[in-house]
Design a protein around this ligand. Sequence first.
Ligand code: 5GP
Ligand code: ZN
Length: 143
Amino acid sequence: MSDCIFCKIISGDIPATKVYEDAGFLAFLDIHPVSPGHTLVIPKQHYDRFETTPPEVVAELYKLLRSIAVSIAAGAGADAFNLGVNNGPAAGQVIFHTHVHVIPRKPKDGLESWGSRDYEGTEMDEVAKKIRAAIKQSAASRE
Ligand code: 5GP
Ligand code: ZN
């Protein structure tokens, strides 16, 4: 994708501080880190978001994360990390090339998790029902 920043990083047209690379994937430091060592792990093929990324690529991506995320955190002096995907504009996605954030975390590092709320009345059951139906419909459409 010619206008994609991450594709330009893959092609070398834009510089990046790379920490891992193989034939299919690249990991490089986020230019505006949440914490030191904040890394983005991306497939080299362009897909704009989670649901347009082939399941096998998602599987390979998370297999790679399983192998390098601990070392990314360790290299940053941390033994904890958040894995994050901002999927879609409402979720804060700004770069439309599939990527996973690895954010090293330390005790009392001052970072806050997202907030939480309580369900009201039958809301929890209702939303669960709709989610089950959506999953069923999606599975049926794949058959
Ligand atoms: P998201 O789309 O998940 O919200 O975040 C995209 C991330 O990409 C941001 O955290 C942002 O700092 C990072 N980013 C955007 N442009 C560049 C760039 O040119 N180089 C690097 N290394 N990171 C970038
Ligand atoms: Zn791209």
